[in-house]
Design a protein around this ligand. Structure first.
Ligand SMILES: NC(=O)c1ccc[n+]([C@@H]2O[C@H](COP(=O)([O-])OP(=O)(O)OC[C@H]3O[C@@H](n4cnc5c(N)ncnc54)[C@H](O)[C@@H]3O)[C@@H](O)[C@H]2O)c1
Length: 336
């Protein structure tokens, strides 16, 4: 990697989410280029090769062995994340990886060991962190504007029209790692942790299958998280029904006031100020911002907003939530 040449990326997995990532690469094309693509499905591979002009590989091990890439972007089904991260780290490549980090505590420990041993940049593709409303909210919380954080709420719910013929690897727990909560529910979980600004300690959850009964896992989850320092988080997430019109996407309640957002507008109500402040933030494609930030972090070696440890902490909340749904009791979050 020379200081001025664009970063060379290998895209591993060219399915649905690759569309958003490729939009991010196109928007940052002076600084980063996808020069190799791996996908096990021949028609998907052919489509991505034609779209990008990149070299195509049916197997990501071949891409890592043969393509001169500085970094890889992993967009694979969940059960393949650990193998791809470990192989990429061992090949000395920087890594951007879609959520979830991987599926189990054992996998998480193996991933961290490989990334640390290789000394490469590892960034979780936690795209919601790049929503302007989230970035502004985080600045306000960290500035102490709300004082001590008491409670955080996050919501991510939509009507998912999957049916058994379109659900693919998401329908089975062995390949998805669970159900909706391991998938879409991952977003409100890392967002909750980001806004709480603390490590998770214990979790209580209730999980349901309201509508998508052909799935092995749940289609909806309600999760409570106790953080170090005492803040409490509350997550509501579903594929069975959409977010209630007008309901917030995230909210933080603190000692000096609160903030809330529908994802675009941020409202801040401080007790010492009479008027609520309303920030109508300019929307930027979070994937464009995420890819730009990944290139910056690789170039200057700064720690990503969410690196391997935040990926592990998010996964640990989710694993504790599954254990709680099973036991009916609050469960400690594994300190990994
Ligand atoms: N950030 C978001 O909002 C968001 C949205 C959707 C998906 N995702 C994440 O992106 C990842 C991929 O999800 P998707 O919806 O794009 O899935 P997908 O099934 O559409 O795409 C996965 C691709 O991986 C390929 N693949 C499977 N096994 C392979 C192997 N061994 N080697 C190379 N390629 C292989 C498949 O052929 C497929 O093209 C998941 O981790 C998912 O959670 C994130």
């Amino acid at each position: 990697m020379t200081p001025t040449a664009p970063l060379r990326v290998g895209l591993i997995g060219g399915g649905n989410i690759a569309d958003s990532h490729l939009r991010g690469y196109a928007a940052n094309s002076a600084r980063v280029q996808v020069i190799a693509v791996a996908d096990a499905d021949p028609s998907t591979l052919a489509r991505r090769v034609e779209q990008t002009g990149a070299a195509g590989y049916a197997d990501f091990h071949a891409l890592l062995a043969e393509a001169e890439v500085d970094a890889v972007d992993i967009c694979l089904p969940h059960h393949l994340h650990r193998a791809a991260i470990v192989a990429a780290a061992e090949a000395g490549r920087h890594i951007l990886c879609e959520k979830p980090l991987c599926l189990t505590a054992e996998e998480a420990v193996a991933v961290r060991a490989a990334v640390q041993a290789a000394g490469v940049t590892f960034m979780c593709a936690h795209n919601k962190l790049y929503l302007p409303a989230v970035a502004r909210a985080k600045e306000l919380v960290d500035s102490g504007a709300l004082g001590e954080v008491y409670e955080v709420r996050t919501t991510d719910a939509f009507f998912n029209d999957f049916d058994p013929s379109t659900m693919g690897w998401r329908a089975t727990a062995a390949t998805s790692g669970g159900g909706e909560y391991m998938d879409t529910g991952y977003h409100p979980t890392y967002l909750l942790m980001h806004l709480a600004g603390a490590r998770p300690r214990s979790v209580f959850s209730m999980m349901s299958t309201h509508r998508l009964r052909f799935m092995e896992g749940e289609d909806s989850a309600q999760v409570l998280v106790r953080f170090e320092g005492g803040a409490v988080g509350q997550i509501a997430t579903s594929w069975a029904y959409p977010r209630v019109p007008g309901a917030e996407r995230f909210a933080v309640m603190g000692e000096k006031g609160s903030l809330s957002s529908d994802g675009t507008t941020l409202r801040v109500a401080l007790r010492e100020q009479e008027a609520e402040q309303v920030y109508a933030l300019r929307m930027r494609d979070p994937f464009e911002a995420e890819i730009a930030d990944f290139v910056d972090r690789v170039r200057d070696g700064r720690r990503p907003l969410h690196g391997v440890q935040e990926g592990i902490d998010t996964l640990a909340i989710i694993l504790a939530a599954y254990a709680s749904a099973e036991s009916g009791s609050a469960e400690e979050v594994l300190a990994l």
